[in-house]
Design a binder for this molecule. Sequence first.
Ligand code: SF4
Length: 358
Amino acid sequence: MARRSARDIARRIVAFYRRHRRDLPWRRTADPYAIWVSEIMLQQTRVATVIPYWERWMARFPTVSALATAPLDDVLAAWAGLGYYSRARNLHAGARWVAGEGAGELPRTASGLRAVPGIGPYTAGAIASIAWGERAPLVDGNVARVLARLHGVEDDVKSTAGQRRIWALAGELMTALAATDAAGELNQGLMELGATVCTPAAPACPTCPLSGPCVARADHRQDQLPRLPARKAAAELRELATVALWIQRRGALLLARRPAGGLYGGLWELPQGDDATAAADAVGVRLRGPARAVGEHRQVLSHRRLRIALARAAVIGEPRAGDDYTAVRWSTPRAAAALGVSSATVALLALGKRAAAR
Ligand code: SF4
C-alpha cells in the first residue's frame, strides 16, 4: 500500500468513525480497565448482549483491584450466560497479576500489556490505542474482513501467512495516520466498519467510505473474501454423550464444580458421567434404585456436540469432591442458575424444573 493511499484510507476510516460511531457505554470512558473488560466481553459475543453484562460488571467490580480481590465464584457468577468462561477466568487472573506484579496499574504500552495473563495482541492494541492513543494496530475478525476485501488478500486470514499479511496492513494504516488523528479512532473505525457496513453477508458497499479503493468491490468478489478455513459440519464433530443427575434433598439440588481448565473449567453443574452410576460415583454417592430419565439436552459447540441425558436419582451417602469435581454444594434450583454455570447447565436446570412441575 503506497503511503499516500494508506493515509487517505486511514483518513476516510477516522472520518467515518466520527460521523457514524455507535454510542456504546465503554466508549464514554478512557479507563483502560473498563475498555479491557469490554474488549474481552465482545470477543465472540454481540454488542447488544454485552451492554447489560458490562454495566453490571462495572457496578460490581468497578476497578482492577475490586476484580482481583473478588472470589472466582463471584466472577464466574457475574459472567453466567455470556459463554466462553475461560474469558472470565483470564480476566480474573489478569486482574490478580496487575494487583500484584503490576503494582495496581495496567502497563501503559501495548508491548507491556502483553505480559498480563489473558491479554493477547488484539486486546493489547485495543487498550493501548483507545485509552492512551498509542499507535498500536489491532486485528480481530471484523478488521480482517475489511482489510482482506479492501486489499484483495487471497490468503486464508486465519493462517499464519494470512495473519501476518493482515497485521502488516493494519500496521501500515496506523503508521500512515495523520498527526491530528487518533489511533483509537482508527482502530475503532475499522472495527465499526466491519460490524456495521462491511458485514460478512451483503456488505453495504454503496455507503462504504472505502468503496473507491476496495479491490473486492471492483472485482465483485465481496462474497469470496476473506478466505476462511472450511468449518466442520456439525455431523462431523465428535459427540460427547453423558448423563447428568438431578439429585434433590429437602428442596435443595446437588451441584458439583469442575476442575479449572478444560471444558467448562471452574463452573458448577449437575453431576455428570458416562452413565448414571458413573455420575453418582463422581460425587462419591451410590444410586438408590435406577435413575429416572427426564429429558435430554443437545448442543453443538465449535469443536464437539454435546448430548446430555437428564435423570432424577435418589442416592445413598454424603456427596463429596474427588477427582472429577473440586467441590460440591446444595442449592435451590433457582439460585443454581445464578451461579457460574454453563449454558448447557442452564438448559438442564430449566428441563428439570419443567419436569418437576408436570
Ligand atoms: S466497499 Fe464493500 S467490500 Fe469493500 S470494504 Fe467497503 S463494504 Fe467492504
